[in-house]
Design a protein around this ligand. Structure first.
Ligand SMILES: NC(=O)c1ccc[n+]([C@@H]2O[C@H](COP(=O)([O-])OP(=O)(O)OC[C@H]3O[C@@H](n4cnc5c(N)ncnc54)[C@H](O)[C@@H]3O)[C@@H](O)[C@H]2O)c1
Length: 348
């Protein structure tokens, strides 16, 4: 396996190092600030211990950790690298400068991927000789627990590079999606933004409180959405599948949509939500609760992995990855009695 260069060893870079080393790659850490990459090693080790405890790390901690080394220069980090994952600060100027250095120093076959949350690759790669091998590979924090990666090519990114990148992230256990144009916010944050806009509206207009809104997601929509998407959800929520669902409910959603005109997040609603949240959790407890969230997240990811493996075994390994979890959930919902290909219908 070829080495991987991790450029920027902060929150996201450290987590990427875990992803690549866990999959068996040698990882070379580089950071613009002296001492940061070396300091990252201890935090990586602590995260590896946690992963091993919940069954999300196949190799022993020390074996995985030994694959990660600190590079003394950018050139050393890039030597023989299949891919460089840039995770430097979110600024066009920084990305421009780092990508110019990466393009000058990396071998022509090395893929140059940016973790940027919001800056399209066309804003920092246009003038580079190797701009065809540059793209955005946007992770969700932290990528060693949340596998989605949004691949967003610039107009000049080679399609073969996008395909190679997709194969690479897939092989290291992430879940890549390809975004077919440089839309602001990519896909994930646009979906999250749509949900947040409606959540703020409903609280602002007095229809629901913050805790009950959170319950609606946590104990309603979110249960299914943790293992299937909205299209698969509606495909299973009408006897005749998605066409039938649309025939039954499109009118309702169009009427609702007419009342969902864009508006800024309401300041007074934000104040009320903050009051309600602080009654549930004091500001001093936020850090501890974030730790709890990550432990719950790790257990959920471990559960999804087990369900997918069980389903894979049940189908003789033949089911495509995207179908595995659906069938596993179906199997569980039917008490394990229904054949994997016999779908059960959920209510609308
Ligand atoms: N934090 C998130 O939730 C999140 C999620 C997805 C994507 N991202 C993206 O990932 C990138 C990194 O974010 P982060 O949260 O890890 O930030 P961070 O501040 O934790 O880490 C950035 C690191 O980059 C280093 N750095 C600064 N200049 C550099 C240079 N010229 N070359 C190499 N390293 C340099 C810094 O010393 C620091 O260690 C950003 O583009 C961000 O938008 C962040």
């Amino acid at each position: 396996m070829a080495p991987v260069a991790v450029i920027g060893s902060g929150l996201i870079g450290r987590s990427w190092a875990i992803v690549f080393a866990r999959a068996g790659h040698a990882v070379r850490l580089w950071d613009g600030a002296p001492g940061v990459a070396a300091a990252a090693l201890a935090r990586i080790e602590a995260a590896l211990v946690d992963l091993r405890e919940v069954g999300l790390l196949d190799d022993p901690v020390e074996v995985t950790q030994a694959r990660i080394t600190v590079a003394l220069s950018l050139a050393e980090a890039l030597k023989g690298a299949e891919l460089a994952q840039e995770s430097a600060p979110e600024s066009v100027a920084v990305k421009r400068s780092v990508f110019a250095d990466l393009d000058a120093a990396a071998a022509p076959a090395t893929i140059l991927a940016s973790s940027t949350s919001s800056i399209p690759a066309s804003r920092f790669t246009e003038s580079l000789a190797g701009r065809g091998r540059c793209l955005v590979a946007h992770p969700v924090n932290p990528p060693h627990l949340v596998p989605l990666v949004e691949l967003v090519p610039a107009p000049w990114t080679d399609l073969a590079v996008v395909e190679r990148a997709r194969g690479f992230y897939d092989a290291v256990g992430q879940v890549p999606i390809t975004v077919r144009g440089e839309i602001h916010g990519f896909i994930l944050n646009r979906l999250q933004g749509a949900v947040l806009a409606e959540a703020f509206r409903l609280v602002a207009d007095g229809y629901v409180g913050a805790e009950d809104l959170d319950r609606t997601m946590r104990d309603g929509l979110g249960l299914r959405w943790s293992f299937m998407g909205p299209f698969e959800t509606i495909d299973l929520n009408a006897p005749g599948g998605i066409i039938d669902y649309v025939a039954r409910y499109a009118g309702l959603y169009e009427e609702i949509g007419a009342s969902q005109l864009p508006r800024p997040w309401d300041t007074e609603a934000v104040r009320r939500i903050e009051l309600e949240r602080r009654e549930q959790l004091s500001a001093t407890e936020l850090g501890a609760r974030a730790g709890w969230r990550d432990r719950r997240l790790a257990r959920l990811v471990a559960h999804k992995r087990e369900a997918a493996t069980a389903d894979d075994a049940a189908s003789g390994g033949a089911a495509p990855a995207h179908q595995r979890e659906t069938a596993a959930a179906d199997h569980a919902a039917s008490g394990g009695a229904a054949p994997a290909d016999e779908g059960s219908l959920a209510d609308a």
